[in-house]
Design a protein around this ligand. Sequence first.
Ligand SMILES: [Zn+2]
Length: 119
Amino acid sequence: MARPCKRRRICALPSCGRFAPVTDGEHPVITMSLDEFEAVRLIDLEGLTQQECAARMNVARTTAQAIYNSARTKLAECMVNKKELRIEGGDYVLCNGDSRECVSCPKRQKKENGDENNE
Ligand SMILES: [Zn+2]
């Protein structure tokens, strides 16, 4: 049986899923998926290349690039056009820390420290 669309692996969930401009009134909402969030986290915060990001997320480099570009456009849209950002949903699977690509993965570090049962 053919596998459905490959799910993107993510290592971390956002600590906050909602960001809004500090101005009065309602703001249009932009929704960023959790896989887009992960691409920004890996590339902009951890400093990974798109190639490394693709390996970590278990997708092709072109897919990682598309996810990242989409995420960046949404961030710009929020800042420039005063929109609220919500981070939710997406086609992803949460990493269990077993993948060898997951070198700086929070889950992996937890396992290696031997406190995987303390979650
Ligand atoms: Zn991981």
